[in-house]
Design a binder for this molecule. Structure first.
Ligand code: MGP
Ligand code: SAH
Length: 351
């Protein structure tokens, strides 16, 4: 019996589940090989375009002070026909830097990198602002992950899930935060892809355990046991301070973090997989690999490459491909492709 999972189909249902869940705890590609890890480069040429802001949409004070006969429903950011997905009011919709708290300003200035449709009404909460995958990067990853069914195990406010909806037949998007799940669905509706994504309020670890409890009858087919082709992992890295690195046990720095010759300020301490949440990044990978060998793992740009190669140390024949996600001259993150997602291993995708 499949462990019960909750597909959110309406706001009221969503809120009921939210209460219940409180216990849920291009440049042309370049490549280099080091320590069995192939590193490729993907660049998203993006400039933040000046945007037409929709200042009138939210909380615009009415000049008309006459008492209305009936209170009028305020149109949400999504407009008519999409009310059931509309999360307007759940978090502020910032349209001007003066509205944005100091510590979120740098993210606000990149808003159209995160969502090109930001000014049409995309919504992000604090963790969403500092964790969302920029749209061009998400598109690049989604192209690499093209498949029938993808599991976005940590969907956040939907940056990746929306991109996957364009390249995959079906997206299962999990998050333990009912707020972020609602924001993800709102944002997906703004992009017109909400029907291709199943939003599930769930802890990935419980969800994965649930998949293991499906009885193997020997007669099952993909129709009776849902097959997940790819698992995408973009877990919490421990907050914006991830860039300061994390303690590593007796490991020398890898070349990805070598000091630049110009002594620039882009040198950071290494990030260790032990800082990944909700469990050690190594264990999280193993959980995903119990579902499928095709895993894409979104990690900090200062991640220790030796730790990445150790993830597949038990199979000397396997390679991992590490893709650098560049935006202009800035390295934003790494995406590590395993199994049939790695270049040269495509033939193993259906194994
Ligand atoms: P960043 O370095 O915090 O932002 O994150 P930025 O604007 O490049 O900072 P700067 O000061 O170096 O200019 C870079 C990217 O990493 C973000 O755009 C997110 O896509 C991603 N990211 C950051 N964090 C803290 C997380 C996280 O905790 N989880 C996930 N999945 N992605 C994150
Ligand atoms: N890729 C996303 C950002 C993910 S941020 C985007 O582009 O928007 C990481 C997310 O993992 C957060 O929203 C957090 O609520 C969620 N999360 C944390 N622990 C989780 C767990 N055990 N299971 C599922 N989601 C979890």
């Amino acid at each position: 019996m499949v462990k019960r999972k909750t597909a959110i189909t309406g706001l009221s249902r969503f809120l009921a589940e939210a209460t219940k869940s409180s216990e849920l705890e291009s440049h042309p590609p370049e490549s280099a090989v080091e320590n069995g890890v192939q590193v490729t480069t993907a660049a998203s040429e993006v400039e933040v375009a000046a945007s037409e802001e929709l200042k009138h949409r939210v909380d615009a004070p009415s000049a008309d002070t006459r008492p209305a006969k009936k209170p009028r429903l305020q149109a949400g950011l999504l407009g008519e026909g999409l009310e059931k997905y509309d999360a307007t009011g759940l978090v502020p919709f910032y349209t001007d830097p003066s509205q944005v708290p100091e510590h979120l300003q740098k993210y606000f200035f990149q808003r159209e990198r995160y969502f090109s449709k930001y000014s049409s009404g995309c919504l992000l909460d604090e963790e969403g602002w500092y964790s969302v995958t920029p749209e061009r990067v998400a598109d690049q990853i989604a192209e690499r992950c093209r498949c029938d069914v993808i599991l976005d195990a940590f969907c956040g406010v939907g940056g990746n899930a929306i991109a996957f909806a364009r390249t995959c037949e079906r997206v299962i998007a999990l998050d333990v935060s009912p707020i972020r799940l609602a924001l993800a669905r709102h944002n997906a509706a703004l992009y017109g892809v909400q029907d291709r994504i199943e939003f599930v309020l769930a802890d990935f670890l419980s969800f994965a355990r649930g998949l293991q409890t499906i009885p193997r009858t020997g007669t099952e087919t993909n129709a009776t046991r849902r097959k997940i082709d790819v698992v995408f992992l973009s877990p919490p890295w421990g907050g914006p301070s991830y860039i300061a690195g994390s303690p590593l046990k007796g490991q020398a720095p890898s070349s990805a973090q070598a000091v630049p010759e110009d002594g620039g300020d882009d040198t950071h301490a290494e990030f260790g997989l032990s800082s990944i949440r909700p469990i050690h990044g190594h264990d999280l990978f193993k959980v995903a690999r119990n579902i499928t060998r095709n895993v894409a793992y979104f990690l900090p740009r200062n991640t220790n490459l030796d730790e990445i190669s150790q993830l597949i140390a038990d199979d000397p024949a396997e390679k991992v491909e590490v893709e650098e996600e560049w935006m202009g001259s800035k390295l934003k993150a790494l995406t590590c492709y395993f199994g049939g997602l790695a270049s040269g291993q495509e033939a193993t995708f259906d194994d």
